[in-house]
Design a binder for this molecule. Structure first.
Ligand code: CTP
Length: 439
């Protein structure tokens, strides 16, 4: 069977729908052609008939926005681009005009435009994505400034807005930027990224713009009903705790914090207010969460306990040390002849205490069980002994460190084994579960 499949959907032409393609794929015999069709199904999915304004601030990541615009179009969207003046130092408007088939909006005072460009753009858009969103652009958006065509469009927006921040780590961590993010989130904006990685000056750090395909995924999510936790507060604990022996030695574990950080990020994306209580880890907290950094189990206990009364759900992914040294030496301990014994005492069991003291069913309590054997039976025992609503049971060798895991959801309604998946996907499944109980 010979098929006339274009290399990509032509501009303005509505891509074939997924079901039509599925029918074609079944009939198709020729492997290379089949491969092309399967690729084509990706474009045929999600953003058909959606009109998206892509805005660019002035950052080096602007070159990646070409790829973002292209992916959005491949997924069926019609795209128009608006750029700040600084963005034009990094990439030219002609690139986007050629790519999208629409003139790129760069000048609020464009004499050849017979109308109000910013109002027309905002009304046209089903969604606006700003990538890269620089610290300056975020600040101006918070302040409601309208001193260029992109900011004026944002001010008129009545469709969802997604910012993909990109900047140097120091700018990202500046209290003013973090404050601005909180205010944008409170105003209903969405944030995707940034991520840790190589920055413009070659240094490694937090502030690199999220990859274009993942920003496009986040744009798709704007059209799905993912803000299901809007108005709710979720506390997530993450990472290991560190129990000091002396000023240079400690007891800890290999928890990377990735699972908890993924849950915090996804809950934030669903519109929840998120408090992330974290032990020391090498990853940075996702934008928009209230990050509380702790070191020891006792500190984590205090941080969680003091906020438990104000939250709708608590998800304890932290690998809390069960024991701490009875005494912490103030000076480095010197070696002696013979062996050495360190006396340990029990740390508080934070989750068990929450389960014991909870009145009624709020907050919803979710724990994790990291086991090396008899994973599900240990999890079932923890579900009962800690009096919680859900235990996410993991096998330690699969769960520690990487981005993927395999888990079983153990609850009073029964066990639900899940397929291997990314921690981000597992985060969504856990939040789906929480959502079904929190309503
Ligand atoms: N947890 C806690 N406080 C502790 C220990 C664990 O809140 N001191 C929480 C963890 O965050 C997790 C759950 O309890 O959500 C289960 O943790 P895990 O370490 O698997 O269980 P333990 O209760 O410590 O039992 P054991 O180490 O004997 O398996």
């Amino acid at each position: 069977m010979v098929l006339a499949v274009p290399d990509e959907p032509a501009r303005g032409r509505k891509p074939v729908l997924r079901d039509e393609l599925a029918a074609v794929v079944v009939k198709q015999q020729d492997p290379p052609e089949r491969l092309r069709i399967i690729c084509y199904t990706k474009w045929a999915m999600s953003l058909v008939n959606k009109r998206i304004v892509v805005g660019l601030g002035g950052g080096i990541a602007a070159f990646k926005t070409v790829e973002l615009a292209r992916i959005l179009m491949q997924r069926g969207a019609e795209v128009r681009v608006a750029m700040t003046e600084s963005a034009q130092h990094f990439i030219g408007p002609t690139t986007f005009s050629a790519l999208t088939g629409h003139p790129t909006a760069i000048d609020l005072w464009d004499k050849s435009y017979a109308g109000e460009m910013h109002i027309d753009l905002a009304q046209w858009a089903d969604a606006i994505v700003v990538a890269p969103a620089t610290a300056d652009l975020l600040a101006r958006a918070v302040a409601g400034m309208a001193n260029d065509v992109l900011l004026a469009t944002l001010l008129c927006a009545n469709s969802p807005v997604l910012f993909a921040p990109a900047m140097h780590e120091r700018m990202w961590l500046a209290p003013s930027t973090q404050r601005n993010l909180q205010r944008l989130l409170a105003d209903g904006a969405n944030i995707e990224g940034p991520v840790r990685g190589l920055l413009a000056n070659g240094q490694e750090g937090m502030g690199r713009m999220q990859e274009p395909a993942l920003i496009a995924d986040a744009v798709e999510e704007l059209f799905a009903e993912t803000r299901s936790l809007s108005g709710k507060t979720i506390l997530v604990s993450a990472g290991p705790t560190i129990e000091d022996i002396d000023p240079v030695r400690f007891i800890s574990n290999r928890s990377s914090g990735r699972m908890g950080y993924a849950i915090a990020q996804r809950a934030c994306r669903r519109g929840a207010r998120v408090i992330l209580v974290s032990g020391p880890v090498s990853i940075s907290p996702p934008g928009g969460v209230e990050a509380v950094q702790v070191r020891s189990a006792v500190q984590m206990h205090q941080a969680v306990k003091s906020r438990a009364g104000e939250v709708d759900a608590i998800v304890m992914t932290a690998a809390v040390a069960d024991y701490r040294p009875v005494a912490q030496a103030s000076d480095k301990i010197k070696k002696q002849t013979g062996g050495m014994t360190i006396e340990l005492e029990r740390n508080p069991d934070i989750l068990a205490e929450l389960g014991k003291t909870r009145v009624g069913t709020t907050p919803i309590l979710v724990g994790f069980a990291m086991e090396t054997r008899d994973v599900v039976s240990h999890a079932e025992a923890k579900l009962k002994s800690k009096r919680v609503d859900l235990i996410v049971a993991n096998e330690a060798s699969v769960a520690f460190g990487g981005d993927h895991t395999q888990a079983t959801l153990v609850s009073h309604e029964g066990n639900q084994p899940l397929a291997p998946m990314s921690k981000r996907e597992l985060a969504e499944r856990i939040l789906d579960w929480v959502y079904s109980r929190i309503k």
